[in-house]
Structures are given as structure tokens and as C-alpha cells.
Design a protein around this ligand. Structure first.
Ligand code: HEC
Length: 160
């Protein structure tokens, strides 16, 4: 094999390496562009949302429907300051936690302070007054020691 032939072979192989790398760069670039245009192209599964998107716009009044004095979504009683309570007190835990607790003003404020100190509850600012007022009005301490006597009972005979 002549020297010239050898040289040609080397040039040829370098040339093909260059061509292959060039094609690879082109491919990767194309994939990159595709990804930028629509990242979902590369997701294995089609992203079909499995939960319905809830329309949270204020016009959607279904979401904050009140029936028989109860805010349906949370179960809280309707009253002055209801939405302030819904917006500040149902983010971390269910409104049930609020409903189950009945306290006087002092203890409601204490509970809020406790959450602010230990649970990252934010400063409620002027809303605090509105919230505490709502809570004391709608969820005051229960004064009845026991349930009311049952009335209107349909008794049925026990068959032995
Ligand atoms: C930043 C999150 C967060 C927010 C917002 C929040 N809380 Fe809480 N709250 C908690 C956590 C955490 C607990 C403890 C839950 C548990 O014990 O499972 C709690 C517990 C409670 C309890 C039960 C306290 C007890 O002694 O058992 C009540 C009542 C309560 N929250 C009322 C409210 C009210 C009213 C608001 C609105 C002002 C509110 N929460 C807003 C985090 C929050």
C-alpha cells in the first residue's frame, strides 16, 4: 500500500467521523427544538388530566353555594366574615377542625397564635378581627351540658 493510499484512508475515516458527529449534533438540536416547542412530545404517557379542573373564578358561584345557612363546600355556617374564614382557615386543614372546636374569643385568639407560632399560619392582619368575630359568633362554647331531651319519638314494641 502506498503512502498516498494510506493518507487517503485516514482522511476518509476522519471525514466519516465528522459526518456522523455532524448528523448527531443536528439530531440533538432538532430534538431540543422539538422539546422547546412542545415538551409533552417526550412524555411517555399522554397527559390526560385525571382530575377535573375546578373553575375557581369568582363568577363560578356554585363553588361557594350556601344552602340552609351552610356553606356547602366547607360546611361552615353562613355569617359575616364567612369567606374570610374560608380563605384563611381551610388551606391547611379541613374546615371540620374549625367546626368541631367551640371556644370563646380568648381561646380562639390563642389557637390562632399557636398556629402562627408552630404551624406557619400567616399574620392575618385586619382579617384577624373579622375571623375571630365570625368564630365567636358562630362557634361559641357550648353552654348545654348535655343534649336536649328527645321529642317526637316513634316507639316500637320489643318482640322477645
Ligand atoms: C398554615 C396552616 C394553617 C392555617 C392557614 C390554619 N391552620 Fe389551624 N391548624 C394548623 C395545623 C397544622 C393544626 C394542627 C392539626 C392537627 O393537629 O392535626 C391546626 C389546628 C387547628 C385547630 C385545632 C386546635 C387544637 O387545639 O386541636 C383549630 C381549631 C384550628 N386549627 C383553627 C384554625 C382557624 C380558625 C384558622 C384560620 C384563622 C386556621 N386554623 C388556619 C395549621 C393551619
Amino acid at each position: 500500500m502506498s503512502k498516498q493510499d494510506n493518507f487517503r484512508k485516514q482522511v476518509k475515516s476522519i471525514y466519516s467521523i465528522l459526518v456522523v458527529s455532524f448528523i448527531m449534533v443536528l439530531l440533538i438540536g432538532a430534538l431540543g427544538v422539538m422539546y422547546m416547542i412542545d415538551p409533552s412530545v417526550f412524555s411517555y404517557k399522554k397527559d390526560t388530566p385525571d382530575s377535573k379542573v375546578v373553575n375557581v373564578s369568582p363568577e363560578n358561584d356554585d363553588r361557594d353555594k350556601i344552602e340552609n345557612g351552610i356553606h356547602l363546600r366547607t360546611g361552615l355556617k353562613d355569617g359575616e366574615g364567612l369567606m374570610t374564614v374560608v380563605n384563611n382557615c381551610t388551606n391547611c386543614h379541613s374546615a371540620q377542625l374549625v367546626i368541631q372546636n367551640r371556644m370563646n374569643q380568648e381561646r380562639w385568639v390563642e389557637t390562632i397564635r399557636w398556629m402562627q407560632k408552630t404551624q406557619n399560619l400567616w399574620d392575618l392582619g385586619p382579617n384577624e378581627k373579622v375571623i375571630v368575630n365570625y368564630l365567636v359568633t358562630n362557634y361559641p362554647p357550648k353552654s348545654k351540658g348535655r343534649r336536649e331531651a328527645l321529642t317526637n319519638i316513634e316507639w316500637y314494641p320489643l318482640n322477645e
